[in-house]
Design a protein around this ligand. Structure first.
Ligand code: ASP
Length: 318
């Protein structure tokens, strides 16, 4: 695997580790002259349908109630328009619902029942995101951690004590993030996730929060985060990276500055956060903070490459 890329002025896709299954579709859109926003959707939709990606869409980890609540955002760096959905249940493609929030509504963010209502109104694909495997793992998790008398009363018990267990990095996270620069030099960002495994119902991470989990501005670049989203919400990480580039930093410097902001946050559990970023020319930089050494990598494709390849992230400890 190569290290960071500094290719200039071309069609580029940067996706996180979970994005592999969507890279070819996203690249195809760009090579056909399509828009970055369409490439984002084309790239994320296959990830949402892949049951082996346990942190996104079908097969995603359930919350404490055994429900799969999905979050997504999309942002257009040309218009600075964005759309997002949070805690959406019963639909297969939160990224496409987020896109339509952006295209059709005077709002930028819908959650819960309102998001599901809107998804139904626009004819979004309804479907079951739980799989036999995820149902079984939820039941096994309960049996492992929760006393039998509480399981018998579940979910009519206080859930808060059990939400803390979701901070276990072994099972906490995952998301897919795509950053794209198209043939018009338009930049876009997209994310999709089920959030933390066994999260408290209604919990939103950074992934649907514009400025935390993703941000794009044609003039400077784009950023998207994976990992413990509570941290990037608190630090406004994706927006910070783009703002630091506006202030004159390179994409690398901007990521390091944002990592420095994250380090100032008081953390109550072991946490990791990966920042993916591109600048306006498409130069990419990815930094993984607090991950197991050797586990930080991402997908990279630029025009001229026959297919996407894995690249090493720069790794940092807290
Ligand atoms: N950032 C996501 C969240 O906090 C999870 C992850 O990417 O690991 O919901």
């Amino acid at each position: 695997m190569n290290n960071q890329n500094t290719s200039q002025g071309q069609r580029v896709i940067v996706a996180n580790t979970e994005g592999g299954v969507g890279m070819a579709a996203a690249a195809q859109v760009l090579m056909a002259g399509g828009r970055g926003l369409d490439a984002i959707e084309a790239g994320i939709r296959p990830v949402e349908l892949d049951p082996t990606v346990r942190s996104v869409g079908v097969g995603g980890w359930p919350n404490l109630l055994g429900e799969v609540e999905l979050d997504a955002l999309i942002m257009d760096g040309r218009s600075l328009k964005s759309g997002a959905v949070g805690a959406l249940q019963g639909f297969l493609h939160p990224i496409s619902v987020a896109r339509q929030v952006m295209e059709q509504l005077p709002h930028v963010f819908l959650v819960g029942e309102g998001a599901a209502r809107f998804a139904a109104e626009i004819g979004a694909e309804a479907g079951e995101n739980r799989t036999d495997e995820s149902r079984q793992q939820w039941a096994e998790w309960l049996a492992r951690y929760v006393p039998a008398d509480l399981i018998a009363a579940w979910p009519n018990v206080p859930l808060a004590p059990w939400a803390r267990l979701t901070a276990d990095p072994e099972r906490a996270g995952g998301t897919t993030t795509f950053l794209v620069r198209d043939a018009n030099a338009d930049i876009a960002a997209g994310t999709s996730t089920c959030g933390w495994a066994m999260k408290y119902p209604g919990r939103l991470g950074d992934s649907p929060v514009i400025g935390a989990g993703g941000y794009a501005d044609n003039r400077y670049g784009a950023a998207a985060c994976t990992g413990h989203g509570e941290l990037s919400i608190r630090a406004g990480t994706a927006r910070s990276v783009v703002l630091y580039m506006k202030m004159g930093m390179t994409v690398q410097e901007a990521c390091h500055e944002a990592a420095d902001d994250l380090r100032r946050l008081v953390r109550e559990f072991p946490a990791a956060l990966t920042i993916h970023a591109i600048d306006a020319s498409g130069a990419a930089y990815v930094v993984a903070i607090g991950k197991e050494p050797g586990t930080g990598w991402y997908w990279y494709w630029a025009e001229g490459m026959p297919s996407a390849e894995k690249r090493d992230a720069v790794e940092m400890q807290w």
